[in-house]
Design a protein around this ligand. Structure first.
Ligand code: PLP
Length: 411
């Protein structure tokens, strides 16, 4: 749908009818879907788009590479259930997420748990449920040893490694240098010794270098280096490696002009590593864990224009949702530079204008779009924020200023 030579615009990927009305799953007009869910503001997630994204990737991965969904990107229970049927495993980051993952029907065998500060209660729940715990500190070994005794079977564990390198060009770096995540690579031998002594069921390693990366070469390099690092500990393993989690970091384009990640080199590299694993660690599978890439593009955040203000020559569309529902779109979710998400006015074609989209909160931070080119909007029009399926509702300060919460629907 993109015109050759034109800048890639994520908003153009959604089908529209000739009146500019956006169409969701099964060609349903957006305005009707919004009425069906009870109005704005709302998050809408497109089932078909979610299925297509996960199935297309799954189909290109070798069987030895497992695709996991990192559910912190979008923990809506109905969506997690939908994803459970499309991926090989689910990664959770808290006991609350673990409950949703278990409800989804995903087998405990294929659920894993990572997080820099797991409480004793959470580790006990994980051990009882029989999921894989990615150990991130020496403290967790002792707690899991006690839990194993209580539950009459050894807890399943992998070692999360703080890599000795960074994922280059990443939106969010989570490895290399001093980090609270995982155990420094140089202390892994000592940790493996403690895991052996504690009698835990060792299954492998977990390496997660960073998030939101659009450079395939950087991802390929991090995956290969992670793989090779894991081989250094071959003689110290409490048991053969069954699972080697190489992380993820696959990004999606958020602004007009950013290009989507080129998957082919990443898939080829994973296939080559899977082939090497055949001899290096027989019986093991590789895992990639993705959040944003699987769900980010399948979600819309939809608000309605409450007011249209002209201030000293600048148009402000004041809408009924904002940063309290969608912190990331307002640029306040850890972004270094504020950049506009793709935004469109539903069912308006023709005259265009430069306008800013702001929320109802009494703070200049509540800005959804800063002076962008939009179809000229009127009070009552629907304003759509694209690329909103990941790190939306659950990653926003919904209590801030006491406005109503936002509805979510899987369409
Ligand atoms: C956040 C996180 C993910 C998901 O990251 P995305 O950028 O959404 O793909 C995966 N694994 C771990 C350990 C994480 O902390």
């Amino acid at each position: 749908m993109t015109v050759a030579g034109a800048k890639y615009n994520p908003a153009d990927q959604w089908p529209r009818d000739s009146d500019g009305e956006l169409l969701l799953a099964g060609e349903q007009p957006l305005s009707r879907v919004v009425s069906a869910v009870g109005g704005t503001p709302c998050y809408l997630y497109d089932r078909a788009a979610l299925r297509e994204r996960a199935s297309a990737l799954r189909a290109r991965l070798p069987a030895r590479v497992h695709l996991h969904y990192a559910m912190k990107a979008n923990p809506m229970p109905a969506l997690v259930c939908h994803m459970a049927g499309l991926v090989d495993g689910i990664d959770v980051a808290s006991a609350g997420e673990l409950r949703v993952a278990l409800d989804s029907g995903m087998s405990a065998q294929h659920i894993s748990f990572a997080g820099p500060g797991k409480s004793e209660g959470e580790l006990g729940q994980a051990s009882a449920a029989g999921i894989l715990v990615n150990i991130e500190s020496f403290r967790e070994v002792a707690i899991l040893a006690r839990a194993s005794e209580n539950h009459g079977r050894p807890a399943r564990v992998a070692v999360r490694v703080n890599l000795p390198f960074e994922l280059k060009a990443s939106g969010m770096k989570m490895s290399g240098g001093a980090r609270p995540f995982g155990v420094d690579a140089e202390r892994v031998p000592e940790l493996l010794g403690e895991i052996t002594a504690a009698g835990l069921a060792f299954e492998g390693f977990h390496m997660f270098a960073g998030s939101q990366n659009l450079r395939q070469a950087a991802i390929v390099e991090a995956q290969t280096r992670s793989y090779e690092l894991s081989l250094e500990w071959q003689d110290l393993l409490p048991a053969p490696v069954r699972s080697l989690n190489l992380g993820g970091g696959f990004g999606i384009p958020y602004t007009v002009g950013e290009s989507p990640l080129e998957l082919a080199p990443v898939i080829d590299n994973l296939a080559a590593l899977a082939e090497r694993a055949h001899t290096d660690m027989p019986g093991a599978h590789l895992v990639i864990e993705l959040g944003r890439y699987l769900v980010g593009e399948a979600g819309l955040y939809v608000t309605r224009v409450l007011d249209r203000k002209l201030s000293r020559g600048q148009v402000f569309l004041v809408v009924d949702g904002g940063m309290h529902h969608h912190l990331a779109a307002s640029g306040n979710f850890g972004q270094v530079l504020r950049r506009n998400y793709p935004v469109a006015i539903n069912a308006r074609t023709g005259a265009r204008e430069v306008a800013s989209v702001v929320g109802p909160l009494c703070t200049p931070l509540d800005l959804l779009a800063d002076r962008i080119d939009l179809a000229a909007a009127q009070v009552g029009d629907l304003v759509v924020v694209f690329q909103s399926g990941a790190y939306g509702r659950s990653a926003s300060p919904r209590g801030f200023l006491g406005h109503p919460d936002v509805v979510e629907a899987l369409v």
